[in-house]
Design a protein around this ligand. Structure first.
Ligand code: AHR
Length: 502
């Protein structure tokens, strides 16, 4: 059996584990909102119509922030449609997904859901068909105490206290020709800067995210970031990155190595942001909000919106079923996000429920976990303290898209307070079992608290409502600790977590 050597030293810190890395995303798309988080007829529904069974799974998943209400949807959205008495709210065409939006759930309901679920909202603004004024109106509605038109309207609608939303996305994917109100980088950069400047007149302490590219594969990638940041550098805090172009298209080895691509994407955005910084002689750094990422089988039938006269409410859309291999890739993308914690200050797994999601629901029925639920919930609950650089000396294998890649990829976190060190590992070889040899001597004497591995002899296994648990993280009985050295055998296409304590 081949061996991969990992060396971990608490002196080599990359940066803190950020709770905001474990964000997710709820869009008015398919069944994410309606029959996903909101299903008033469901036996577990609360007084607001929100499913308590889903909220419990959201808590178990360990989600920190939830981006809302889109996505492509937001670029044609009138937020005022979603406030006040529900029976008086207009139904509208949702041009992004060729659906009808009933506006049963709007900003007040969503923010109540966030409070119940214990997550922080990340509000996206429509800078596609709308602009500075509408962004200011929504900010006033959400955050101003009272005594003004929109803040008093919120109070009249039942929210006496301001919602105090801190995190705001200045539009969505405006580099994409599919986006309503698509713009050139210069047009968007100006609008983002002016919107941000106006919002800071209300509250300078907001965290504001400018739209970066909707993928590193966009023809304008790089130049888009450069132009937008040249216009908006002083006004914004973060620039977004979105990536979904990882899917198992017959080339399993390249798919399993998708994190190589995420690392490169992050390096490209930070290099561009730092080039603008140098040109401006600025001290401030712009960091990344990776606020849409996932595996997505975008070309499959389940992702094709309706057409013609068919404008359904909450149809089945983007309901990808995830395999064990998909879960291993999601785990490896989490490793990449953690490894880049110095520059990735927020991230959102897209999306949360039903739509390319770790949580699935039956309308009025069961809620269940997809395979991708497990790496996310383990990373979210176990990553703590500081992210450590892991020196990896691993056997490699050839991939068509990324050349030679290591069989094993890993990141570690170390929490001074508890003394716990956690190592997150993927074996991304399609066929090689690997022995891990982890050198932790610089941590002193350590105990193995737990070792788990997610794997299946059939990497195409998917969970269903009837069986979402016969594959999941299981104790790895091969793990041993001996005087600062930990060994464990990790099967091909697997995600493992080693927990060590004093
Ligand atoms: O998450 C699905 C879609 O992907 C979002 O609406 C859009 O922002 C992205 O292209």
């Amino acid at each position: 059996m081949k061996t991969a050597h990992l060396t971990i030293d608490p002196a080599f810190r990359i940066g803190p584990v950020r709770r905001h890395t474990f964000g997710s995303f709820v869009e008015h798309l398919g069944r994410c909102v309606y029959t996903g988080i909101h299903d008033p007829g469901h036996p577990t529904a609360d007084a607001n119509g929100f499913r308590r069974d889903v909220i419990e799974l959201v808590r178990e998943l360990g989600v920190s922030t939830v981006r809302y209400p889109g996505g492509n949807f937001v670029s044609g959205y009138r937020w005022e449609d979603g406030i006040g008495p529900v029976d008086q709210r207009p139904r509208r065409l949702d041009l992004a997904w060729h659906c009808t939006e009933p506006n049963t759930v709007g900003v007040d309901e969503f923010l109540r859901w966030c409070a119940t679920a214990g997550v922080e909202p990340m509000m996206a603004l429509n800078l596609g068909t709308r602009g500075v004024q509408e962004a200011l109106d929504l900010l006033e509605y959400c955050n101003v105490l009272g005594g003004t038109h929109f803040s008093d309207l919120r109070r009249a609608n039942g929210a006496a206290d301001p919602h105090r939303v801190r995190f705001w996305c200045l539009g969505n994917e405006l580099d994409g020709p599919w986006q309503l109100g698509h713009k050139t980088a210069h047009e968007y950069g100006r609008l983002a800067a002016e919107t941000a400047r106006a919002m800071r007149m209300v509250d300078p302490s907001l965290t504001l995210v400018a739209c970066g590219s909707s993928g590193a594969n966009m023809p304008t990638f790089g130049e888009w970031e450069r132009t937008v940041l040249t216009e908006a550098y002083d006004e914004v805090d973060l620039i977004s990155a979105h990536a979904y172009y990882w899917e198992e298209d017959g080339d399993l080895a390249s798919f399993l190595a998708s994190a190589v691509d995420m690392d490169r994407f992050i390096a490209g955005v930070t290099a561009t942001a730092d080039a603008v910084r140098a040109a401006r002689k600025a001290t401030k750094r712009i960091n990344i909000s990776f606020d849409e990422w996932n595996v997505w089988y975008i070309h499959r039938a389940e992702s094709q919106p309706p057409t013609g006269d068919d404008w359904p409410v909450a149809p089945v859309l983007l309901e990808d079923r995830y395999t064990v291999a998909d879960a291993v890739v999601v785990g490896s993308l989490l490793i990449s996000l953690l490894r880049n914690t110095d520059r990735v200050h927020a991230a959102s797994l897209a999306q949360l429920v039903n739509v390319i999601a770790p949580i699935m629901t039956e309308p009025g029925g069961r809620a269940w976990k997809q395979t991708t639920f497990h790496p996310f919930s383990q990373a979210s609950s176990l990553a703590a303290g500081e992210v450590l650089q892991v020196a990896i000396d691993s056997p490699t294998h050839e991939t068509a898209k990324f050349g030679d890649v290591t069989d094993v990829d890993a990141v570690a976190t170390h929490d001074d307070a508890s003394g716990e060190t956690t190592v997150f590992v993927v074996n991304r070889s399609p066929d090689e079992e690997i022995e891990l040899a982890v050198d932790l001597r610089s941590l002193g004497a350590v105990r193995l608290l737990a070792a788990t591995t997610l794997h299946s002899a059939d990497h195409t296994w998917t969970a269903t409502a009837d069986d979402d648990s016969s594959v999941g993280p299981r104790p790895n009985a091969t793990a041993r600790v001996d005087g600062g050295h930990v060994t464990a055998v990790v099967p091909p296409i697997s995600w493992s977590v080693l927990r060590l304590g004093r």
